[in-house]
Design a protein around this ligand. Sequence first.
Ligand code: URA
Length: 451
Amino acid sequence: MLPQEIIRRKRDGGKLTGAEIRFMVEGLTSGAVGEGQVAAFAMAVLLKGMSIDERVALTLAMRDSGTVLRWDLPGPVLDKHSSGGIGDNVSLMLAPMVAACGGFVPMISGRGLGHTGGTLDKLDSIPGYRTQPDNALFEKVVREVGCAIIGQTADLAPADKRLYAIRDVTGTVESIDLITASILSKKLAAGLDGLVLDVKCGNGAFMSSLGEAQGLARSLVDVANGAGVRTRALITDMNEPLAPAAGNAAEVAVAVAFLTRAKRFPRLEEVTIELGAEMLVIGRLASTLDEARTRLTATLDTGRAAEIFGRMVAGLGGPVDFVERYQDHLPQAAHTRSFLSDRVQRVVDIDTRSLGVAVIELGGGRVLPTDQINPAVGLTDIVRIGQVVRRASPILTCHAATAEKAEEIGLKARLAIDLEDVTFEEQPPLGQMSEPERPTIIERIGPEEWT
Ligand code: URA
């Protein structure tokens, strides 16, 4: 077989065989297929597309380019993938909640991408936590605790690493076929029985329109099921941050407050419970979504999920008393600046992407891949759409390394939030939203047989 002949066939809209796709992926991994050929192949796929069979073959070949983990555990191996958003710290709570219900969650997470935050960067704000443990420690923590959240190791789907780097600089990142194979090859290499996908939709997501989100969700669900992993997807709203905080240490703090029930976060709780319910049903740990919701809620009420989170952190090198004393362990920014409302106002809109960009400008995300992140910076107290803000109450608080940045970037973030005046008659009772909230769960996609 010749790479140039395979590229020509795809360029002309032809359908590739499984053998041709495997040949390209083997060459991609070994280096036998040159960078120019990989780039041309990626562009041909972007322009001409791939059938579901081709996507499944590409995903499996990329999965098999490195180690594929095999588990022998007394429960189903389950995971979640999110397409990324702002204040999306769901993984931190979901993994221990599902583990508390009998699932095993070996979660391979990523760093921040574009304007969105990454689970690994959040975990790096916990002193001592090892996001790159060796396989033996990873497997031990999954087996003994029920969950471990770590980063991609070098031997997991190496074909994706090279292909992603070439896509990144050749205008081929946006191909739904290549995104699907990229995401799923890494997830399937973790040896999963079931997977749930959280495809975000809105002005803080990569997919801003519902049509785009549906296209990605459908592709991921069809390919993952075609590859033998029971998978469903939820399309969820990302027109405002999910947590009232954006930034690494700040989102870990929200996760602990959530798990211990110290504070309630309704939208975050709904998304976490709904994703978890899908996982329990897919993993046959519950027979209905309702039963699953009840069990997941109980893991919070009893403190069991918080306990598992604490054991995961300690098992991976973090402080043994992290849950009890997280405020002492998490880094604090040197300067904070709260932006307060000067009158009674209602939040009508949030430019969510701009809040993510503000976190990067504060140093909480990267401009260059080699940049060091400052985990302490970020935004907290972010208001919600529909919320009525009283006089002198915060619209958001900015945490920064310098007073100038707290002022300048905090103001930019503040201006990303649109407010309108509220008359006395329109004011809802204290603590209530002024209007019905938009749905957080927009659509469910995937085979019905598990629900
Ligand atoms: N995340 C990935 O892992 N790969 C993509 O192609 C896009 C998002």
